[in-house]
Design a protein around this ligand. Structure first.
Ligand code: HEC
Length: 137
């Protein structure tokens, strides 16, 4: 009798571990896209605040972070990026906007950046261009 109880318990514990591992495996592929977008959202807030406050050095730093994350979109959504033209255009569009903003930044950017607010809006519109179609929320 005790033998069966031990076998049953061992089975339950092993099953628990296996179930856990499977659940993690299933959740894993979704972690990266989520992480990239969560960080994008975080840095968007900071960029917005710095643009409003005219903190030009922070504006530059936050924009650079978002530009790095933009390059990660294709890695985070490999299939969608490859298969859906609309998605790809939107992702590349954000990259182009960020590049044109960086190219337009004047030499005095560290102390004087009156265009930061308008540039923020332009970038934000570019985020929403994709979210209109692809963000489920
Ligand atoms: C090419 C498409 C695309 C672009 C461009 C894009 N996103 Fe997203 N974003 C998505 C998708 C798809 C999701 C849904 C992610 C998920 O949950 O799998 C998302 C979700 C989000 C979320 C919600 C994350 C969560 O799960 O809580 C935030 C915040 C976000 N994006 C911010 C941004 C910001 C800021 C930008 C621009 C700087 C941006 N995104 C640009 C496609 C895009």
């Amino acid at each position: 009798m005790i033998k069966y109880v031990i076998v049953l318990l061992a089975g339950a514990i092993a099953g628990g571990f296996a179930g856990n591992t499977i659940a993690h495996r299933l959740a894993e592929p979704h972690q990266h896209p989520r992480a990239v977008m969560t960080l994008m959202g975080f840095h968007r807030e900071r960029l917005d605040a710095a643009s409003q406050a005219g903190q030009c050095a922070t504006v530059e730093a936050e924009r650079a972070r978002i530009a790095l994350l933009q390059q990660e979109i294709a890695l985070a959504f490999p299939l969608t990026y490859k298969q859906e033209e609309r998605f790809r255009k939107s992702a590349d569009g954000l990259g182009n906007v960020l590049q044109s903003i960086a190219a337009a930044a004047p030499a005095t950017a560290a102390t004087n950046c009156p265009e930061a607010k308008a540039q923020f809006k332009k970038m934000n519109d570019s985020c929403d261009d994709c979210h209109k179609v692809y963000d489920p929320e």
